[in-house]
Design a protein around this ligand. Sequence first.
Ligand SMILES: C[S@@+](CC[C@H](N)C(=O)[O-])C[C@H]1O[C@@H](n2cnc3c(N)ncnc32)[C@H](O)[C@@H]1O
Length: 250
Amino acid sequence: MLYIVGIGPGGERYFTREAEEVLGSVDLIVCYRGYRKYIERFKKEIYTTGMRGEIERVRYALKEGERRDVALVSSGDPTIYGMASLAYELAERDNCKVTIKVVSGVTAASVSSGILGAPLNHDFAVVSLSDLLIPLEVILKRIRCALEGDFVLVLYNPLSKSRRTPFLKTLDIIKEYREKRGIDYIVGIVKNAGREGEEYRITTIEDIYNNLEEYMEFIDMNTTLIVGNTNTRIVLNKMITPRGYLNKYL
Ligand SMILES: C[S@@+](CC[C@H](N)C(=O)[O-])C[C@H]1O[C@@H](n2cnc3c(N)ncnc32)[C@H](O)[C@@H]1O
């Protein structure tokens, strides 16, 4: 049996009870090297690979899952830019005789939203800015469509030292919509949500442009950005997107 287990965005307190139970019961845990510290406490056999070792890791988990109970660990939720789809695809391709069960986890967007206030309290779209597996034009088209639809926008994988272009081009599109809509978009930035070193900032697109180098120093691959929609406001120093109750009932 292969369980694909989401462990939340980092800290132990975001493990669901189901994740705890499964990780405590399997024979083997397979994960990215950097997550070893989160699962060592289960005292199980552990198999890890490093960055770009995803295919090897998932194939090993599938193969072992044919003869014993295995947990393949993914951060956040395994079905949101996680390992779940790759496991299903490889199981089909390699004709694996294994049953797969996903154990959902708390995604970074959800924890980040709570840290910032309640910016995801209306329709939102999530876009990853990593162009490693899909062309940049597709990513930018999706950003544009989300802004055109006035969705709140969650950005995963925003910026790394070697990958700055998607972030800069995304900012340009948001700026274009700022001029078109005549509003300054509110932006929430959460780094290390739920982990040691958690930090957040609530700012605007204009401020990011005015202090670009500083923000590009702050934002990294452990950061989630939430760009508000045209109704997003600052309330009690937090970023919120109203559902509309006050307009309708008060
Ligand atoms: C490949 S995606 C994985 C997402 C994960 N499966 C989830 O559901 O949260 C990695 C991106 O998620 C976001 N992320 C993951 N953990 C985070 C955290 N603790 N704080 C802020 N952002 C995080 C970052 O944008 C990071 O670049």
